[in-house]
Design a binder for this molecule. Structure first.
Ligand code: HEC
Length: 458
């Protein structure tokens, strides 16, 4: 306790409310809005965010699961699967201004309430369990199942030859053909949210991560895809995945929100674990990327750090410190010398891998920066943001080059085709956009299936 006071003392002196620290909650329970979260919001937020009660500040109504996910002026208040990037978390944890409740206008969330809130979002922001009649629920949902309206695109990935695009949308993995516009495969994760995707460098296999498992699907160029292989490298949600450049290893990142972040490295050939880094981060591992030369494995976490491990034996070479909120994505430059990092603190940072120095910090984004990649073959970096824009930056001077518009919602994920000519980005509402990088033109939008109408639902 004394240590905590010391850490936050400087912040108290200058009158800046300090971020509310998280605590470790040892529970494997699934939190749901009605039972676990509504009571918190009711006691701390509804005086200003209750539409029926007459006041919805920021156009945000926090009384139901539907209204909290719909959000307010700045879009959805929670991003399923991404607690650290969610506006309601960032503001109520005092990591983003204006803080909630506004300073002096209400009691802040306790560390325990805040941690519950974040875990609930990390687990997929599930609506409800035991349908309390007092809460005006719009429709009945069996609590184990994902609601049909929950279709965030947490990952998109071009096949190495650029002919296919894999999309992780809600509980499905969809593989679209970019040459003839057909759908090559759909895999269902049933009640689970698909959190990550990675193509093997030979383009033969696609890996995706869910809760406690990773699946490897064969994607042949003709014929039907075979049943995927399942393995269980982690006990928590596999949020990050990366193949080594030679294709022999698959790194899996997971963790316990506000507890620990682990990395498990598997042999692709015989599905056995080669290396395990149990305490790689002190919070969820949100991203993994091998350097193109195969020497390093970079990871990023909700603990605000980027870390560099020697790929061969997992030795921690360097920790990159500077972000003030969780890091949500990382990408290597083609020469393996620099790393770009995207953070919920609203910045894109570029780092020198050999010294750990920051080359620049770009803070023109209006909301969280959710993913980043170097453009293959160029000194250019892309970012996606909660502010619905995709931006291309010059990696030399951090100046903007181009903005890609068309997204209707909070953006969560992105990828370049390996020739660097096309760019895909996935959004919270399930849409995926495909742009021509040099011309900035929107080539295609992949829309999610419409949710079933009320009459077909129970
Ligand atoms: C005393 C009033 C008050 C309380 C209590 C309060 N808020 Fe707010 N909230 C506001 C105001 C005012 C705004 C608009 C701020 C602005 O846009 O500058 C706002 C805006 C927001 C927004 C941004 C909405 C948008 O899309 O622009 C979020 C998210 C939010 N509040 C979450 C919360 C949460 C979570 C709680 C409870 C922990 C909470 N608020 C408690 C007054 C309040």
């Amino acid at each position: 306790m004394n240590v905590l006071l010391l850490i936050f003392w400087p912040a108290l002196i200058v009158g800046e409310p300090a971020p509310i620290p998280l605590v470790e909650i040892n529970s494997s329970a699934r939190f749901v809005f009605d039972r676990d979260i509504f009571p918190i919001v009711e006691s701390k937020c509804l005086t200003c965010h209750d539409k029926a009660g007459g006041l919805a500040e920021g156009d945000l109504d926090l009384t139901t699961w539907a209204s909290i996910t719909q959000g307010g002026k700045h879009g959805p208040a929670v991003q399923a699967g991404q607690g650290e990037a969610s506006l309601a978390f960032l503001r109520s944890s005092r990591r983003l201004k204006p803080i909630m409740p506004p300073d002096g206008e209400g009691e802040p969330l306790s560390s325990e309430e805040l941690t519950k809130f974040k875990i609930w979002i990390d687990q997929g922001a599930l609506p409800g369990a035991d349908l309390q009649p007092a809460l005006s629920r719009k429709r009945e949902i069996v609590w184990e199942a994902l609601p049909t309206t929950l279709q965030p695109v947490l990952a998109v990935a071009f096949s190495p030859d650029g002919t296919k695009l894999a999309i992780a949308r809600g509980n499905r993995v969809i593989v679209e053909s970019l040459s003839d516009g057909s759908r090559i495969a759909t895999f269902s994760a049933e009640q689970d949210l698909v959190s990550s995707l990675a193509w093997s460098p030979d383009g033969q296999q696609l890996a995706w991560g869910g809760h406690g498992h990773v699946r490897l699907g064969q994607i042949p160029s003709d014929g039907l895809p075979a049943e995927p292989i399942t393995f269980e490298p982690v006990t928590e949600r596999a949020v990050a995945l990366a193949f080594s450049p030679d294709g022999s290893r698959l790194a899996v990142g997971a963790g316990v929100p506000s507890g620990r972040g682990e990395i498990s490295i598997w042999s692709r050939a015989d599905h056995t674990e080669i290396l395990r880094l149990n305490e790689a981060h002190s919070d969820l591992v949100t991203g993994l990327a091998y350097s193109p030369d195969g020497q390093m494995l970079a990871s990023c976490g909700a603990d605000k750090f980027v870390k560099l491990f020697r790929a061969s034996d997992g030795f921690l070479v360097r920790s990159l410190e500077g972000h003030t909120a969780g890091v949500l994505g990382i990408g290597w430059s083609g020469d393996s010398k620099q790393i770009a990092s995207a953070s919920a603190d609203g910045t894109l940072k570029l780092w020198h891998a050999d010294s750990g120095e920051q080359a620049f910090s770009q803070n023109d984004h209006r909301l969280e920066v959710t993913s980043t990649h170097f453009r293959p073959g160029r000194r250019e970096i892309v970012t996606t943001s909660g502010d619905r824009l995709v931006r291309l930056w010059n990696a030399e001077d951090s100046k903007p080059i181009r903005v890609y518009q068309g997204s209707q919602d909070f953006l969560l994920s992105s990828d370049f085709s390996s020739d660097g000519t096309r760019l895909a980005a996935g959004s919270q509402n399930g849409e995926v956009y495909l742009w021509n990088v040099d011309e900035g033109t929107l080539l295609r939008t992949f829309a999610p299936p419409a949710p079933p109408t009320a009459s077909t639902e129970k």
